[in-house]
Design a protein around this ligand. Structure first.
Ligand code: UD1
Ligand code: CA
Length: 461
């Protein structure tokens, strides 16, 4: 049996009160609609059609290559939305799952279970339901005394007894494809919201003698629909727990999983320890046996094995094996820390390579530079890379020594085995085995003390 998927993502999301279109709001670093499409893709359907409307271009851009699109010009309701996919799907034979784009927590397994149940029961329509502790806002499943599903009633249309029902429509359905499109044409907008409801298809099919049913899943939390920012935060909490537990199962230690914020696509090796209050985002990959302490934020970076990151920020950078950084340091885009190197506290590095076993211990800025191995960079060194218009690049060779407080005015070549005396301002290249010293000479004036006004005020010796 061929499988098809329709993802509803054309609604504006008024309740989010946002410039950003609702289904593009992120849960653990990934837009809600992308979670839905990725998890649907896990079932290997023939086609996925995403219904786009407001913000169509942004959604299409995000899902390019993962989905086909149908355009719903006016948001006249979920039923109307599915109907816009008719030119792509109407002629197909198979089962079609419809899922709303604002329900990011469903797993591929749940979708598969729904399909299986739908096929086993030979239903024309099966709705995925769950028991909600607080069903407010969801469509309610109305059954007869034998437990057969009669219809779905929306919050705004329900009678008081109907609204007492706790079994809700999760927004996911499986349909016989051809029967779905036939029934959709019969849906009207005679209801409280004046919309064409997809949910009405169930009753229409039932009234024409088709089998309709419900597959009730045990875990309500997966069905959370995100209509406002409160639900967005709830969904994020649930997804975060799921992500962190998966890492724990794979051998990562979390000191406090409730405050470790790890995006969906992050990879972490085993025996790595993640303390509380850590943020790891985007495409970050972390190796084995690392320690990431609280206060760290790592974005789109690659961290090797046995790396310690202490309360530091790392963006779009690489730390190779056996390195460490922090506390309170910052790798800005394109920093690469080669293995064995040490980056201490209050160091900022941007677009620079720090060679093997090189030490940058304290209070330093390195921008646009290539440093070799076994270099010692003293405290308070600055690579001055910008003249207000252009950026310039410097090179420092292996085993060089850069004394504390020095300023390297890029572009400079500092050769290997050379030495820069502390507090030098380097404006010329330094050759192999040379020592460069570039600072004002000290002059000591003998007996100057007694000429100073302050020596007269008090009884100094
Ligand atoms: C819908 C269901 C409700 C269910 C709930 C589950 C209907 C009528 N109601 O209600 O039974 O309990 O989801 O979360 O189906 N959309 C379009 N075009 C439209 C209207 C909506 O694409 O014209 C999309 C929205 O972008 C959204 C999804 O459909 O992703 C659901 O719409 P929404 O307005 O959030 O429906 P709910 O009120 O949550
Ligand atoms: Ca919704």
């Amino acid at each position: 049996m061929k499988k098809f998927v329709v993802v509803l993502a054309a609604g504006k999301g008024t309740r989010m009160k946002s410039k950003l279109y609702k289904v593009l709001h992120k849960v653990c670093g990934k837009a809600m609609v992308e979670h839905v499409v990725d998890n649907a893709k896990g079932m290997n359907p023939e086609k996925i059609v995403t219904i786009v409307g407001t913000g169509a271009e942004d959604v299409k851009h995000l899902l390019e290559g993962k989905s086909e699109f149908a355009f719903q010009e006016k948001q006249l309701g979920t039923g109307h939305a599915v109907l816009t996919a008719a030119p792509i799907l109407e002629q197909e034979t198979g089962s079609t799952m419809v899922v709303t784009g604002d329900t990011p927590l469903f797993t591929t397994e749940t979708f598969e279970n729904l399909f299986k149940y739908h096929q086993e029961k030979e239903n024309a329509a099966t709705v995925l339901t769950a028991e909600a502790p607080n069903p407010f806002g969801y469509g309610r499943i109305i059954r007869d005394e034998q437990g057969n599903v009669l219809r779905i009633v929306e919050q705004k249309d329900g009678k008081p007894e109907e609204l007492k029902v706790k079994e809700i429509n999760t927004g996911v359905f499986c349909f016989d494809n051809k029967k779905l499109f036939e029934a959709l044409k019969k849906v009207t907008n005679h209801n409280a919201q004046g919309e064409y409801y997809l949910t009405d298809v169930l009753e229409i099919l039932r009234n024409s003698g088709e089998r309709v049913g419900a597959y009730k899943m045990p875990d309500f939390s997966q069905s959370l629909g995100v209509n406002d920012r409160i639900a967005l935060a709830k969904a994020t909490k649930i997804m975060q727990r799921r992500i962190n537990e998966e890492h724990m199962r794979n051998g990562v230690t979390f000191i406090d999983p409730d405050t470790a914020y790890i995006d969906s696509d992050v990879k972490i090796g085993n025996d790595t320890v993640i303390e509380g209050n850590v943020v790891i985002k985007g495409k970050t990959v972390i190796g084995n046996e690392c320690v990431i302490t609280s206060g760290s934020r790592i974005v789109d970076s690659k961290i090797g094995n046995n790396v310690t990151v202490t309360s530091s920020t790392i963006q779009e950078s690489v730390m190779h094996d056996n390195t460490d950084i922090g506390p309170n340091s910052h790798l800005r885009p394109n920093a690469e820390i080669m293995s064995g190197a040490h980056i201490g506290n209050f160091v900022e590095i941007k677009k620079a390579q720090i060679g093997e076993n090189t030490k940058v211990g304290h209070l330093t800025y390195i921008g646009d530079a290539t440093l070799g191995k076994d270099i010692n960079v003293g405290c308070g060194v600055i690579f001055s890379n910008y003249d207000g218009v252009k950026k310039f690049h410097s090179n420092v060779g292996d085993h060089a020594f850069i004394g504390a407080g020095s300023t390297i005015i890029n572009p400079i070549n500092v050769a290997d085995h050379s030495f820069i005396a502390a507090d030098s301002t380097i404006t010329k290249d330094v050759n192999r085995y040379e020592m460069a010293i570039a600072r004002g000479r000290q002059v000591n004036k003998e007996d100057y003390w007694h000429k100073l006004p302050l020596s007269k005020d008090k009884d100094w010796e």
